[in-house]
Design a protein around this ligand. Structure first.
Ligand code: G6P
Length: 487
């Protein structure tokens, strides 16, 4: 997989992620331009990348066949972008297949059944090697390379073979499952070996770290001591690899500024009016994904309407479900199921003036999201399994000291930090119903006290701290610890 190393590049800091840090925008007249992606990761890393002449390696978002010519590296707002090209077939086998129909369900507690196909695995290896080569050709001598997420787990090892001079970090944004589940993966050894090519492996929760360590022990027979493990090199030497938790966060200042903007506050009031001024607005915001527990949330809410504990005059559930991975069968099936149940609930409980569930299958700009957070009295984050869940943190950032109640699944990584949320097990529908009632009935004083406490946690743990902590630890955990065969 490694092949011959390319000559070194010029960047001292290289981020490697499945997607580039920019989105391609096609104007009405057919011309195309690039816009920085709105996500937290990009926002967090952009300033460091610009300061350090950093480069971002990733897929440009369109299959090779749709482009007139392959994309060349380019610079956008001071960031160097290095596009990796993927064909339609590779997108089916590496992205929709191995990444999102094998790894995604396997790593999220097999909520959906993972598919194991040898052809997908071959393509995953080939595509990971391509990303590693692009990173090797971009990184200067002794540079730091930071690989992101489950789509690229083999990159650390391939890259180390190509460029032993590099300092390599990897961050896993999604859960790492218990070894009993992980062990189903036919390629469980090479995936662990791929990750162990890094100097430092970051996870969201401490439980992810211990699951990973358990898998390394059971499958590779190597034990971690104080969060480090010795990995044998092919030249007979050994390297120290660290694994630790670095819970990701959001750009708190951006959300705070938007929440104080009078236009956005006016939009929040308008949303309330447009919904017929119900006493309680409940809100769900998710990618339309089976890990998010959207069906459980709808079930609990509809039973509360059926029991007469809520009515459509009192309460409206706004569910934003942003389109996601629409080429994958399990996502198509989920959409059908959700839309069937929303239709049923609304058909049963709506009146001319009020709706039970206002369902929106769209993505919205961050300004509209903040207006929704300001309008919502209760935020429902009921994921069955989630690496972190940044929506929960955005809600807290937007509410600041203004109350509002967060109902949060204990199976989302955010539950480790947002301890003053109403923590729920979303599988327990009765428990979820009680938590929704407690949230709708909570006194303003109690809600504000809880929200302020969570807000204090958040402002000292924003996404800048996350990237700083990881990169500082990576800087300290370097190959100084490498010992040669004769040591
Ligand atoms: C999760 C993953 C990310 C991924 C995102 C959106 O947050 O951890 O790696 O980019 O979902 O999914 P998509 O498949 O559209 O990139």
């Amino acid at each position: 997989l490694a092949g011959d190393p390319p000559p070194p590049g010029h960047s001292d800091l290289v981020v490697v992620a499945n997607r580039l840090a920019v989105d391609r925008v096609v104007e009405e007249d057919g011309t195309t331009s690039w816009r920085r992606s709105p996500g937290g990761l990009v926002t967090a890393l952009a300033p460091i990348m610009t300061r350090q002449e950093g480069a971002w390696v990733g897929w440009g978002g369109s299959p090779e066949e749709e482009l007139d010519e392959p994309l060349e590296p380019f610079t956008h707002e001071g960031m160097h972008l290095v596009p990796v090209s993927l064909t339609e077939r590779e997108l089916v086998e590496y992205y929709e297949g191995f990444s999102n129909s094998t790894l995604w369900p396997l790593y999220h507690d097999v909520i959906a059944r993972p598919d194991f196909h040898r052809q997908w695995w071959d393509t995953y290896q080939r595509v990971n090697a391509r990303f590693a080569h692009a990173a090797a050709a971009t990184a200067a001598k002794g540079a730091t390379v930071w690989v992101q997420d489950y789509q690229l787990q083999l990159v650390p090892r391939i890259l180390r073979r190509l460029r032993p001079d590099l300092r390599i970090g990897y961050f896993h944004h999604i859960p790492f499952p218990p070894v009993e589940i992980y062990a189903q993966l036919p390629w469980r050894r090479p995936v662990l070996e791929g990750l162990l090519g890094a100097d430092l492996i970051g996870f969201q929760r401490r439980s992810d770290v211990s699951n990973f360590q358990g898998a390394v022990r059971r499958i590779l027979g190597s034990s971690f001591r104080s969060n480090t493990v010795q990995v044998k090199e092919h030249d007979g030497g050994a390297r120290t690899v660290g694994a630790a938790a670095f819970p990701i966060s959001i750009d708190v200042d951006t959300i705070t500024d938007l929440s104080q903007n009078p236009d956005i506050q006016a939009r929040a009031r308008q949303i309330r009016e447009e919904l017929g001024n119900p006493s309680t607005i409940l809100l769900g915001v998710d990618r339309l994904d089976y890990t998010k527990g959207i069906r459980h949330r709808i079930k609990a809410f509809s039973e509360l309407l059926e029991d007469g504990r809520l009515s459509v005059e009192d309460a409206c559930l706004v569910q934003v479900a942003s389109p996601s991975r629409e080429g994958v069968d399990s996502y198509k099936e989920l959409r059908d199921e959700i839309e069937l149940s929303v239709g049923r609930v609304n058909g049963t409980y709506d009146t001319m003036g009020h709706t039970a569930i206002r369902y929106l299958h769209h993505s919205y700009p961050v300004e509209e999201m903040v207006a929704l957070y300001l309008a919502a009295d209760v935020m429902l984050v009921t994921a069955l399994r989630d690496g972190m869940n940044l929506v929960a943190k955005e809600y807290v950032a937007a509410r600041g000291g203004w109350g509002g109640v967060l109902v949060l699944s204990e199976f989302a990584g955010a539950a480790d930090q947002l301890r003053k949320a109403l923590l729920v097990n979303p599988h327990d529908i009765d428990g979820l119903k009680e938590a929704i009632m407690e949230a709708t009935e909570m006194s303003a004083g109690e809600a504000t006290k809880r929200m302020k406490s969570m807000h204090r946690q958040l402002i000292t743990h924003d996404v800048n701290k996350w990237s700083r902590d990881f990169l500082d630890r990576l800087g300290g955990a370097v190959s100084a610890e490498r010992s040669g065969p004769d040591d």
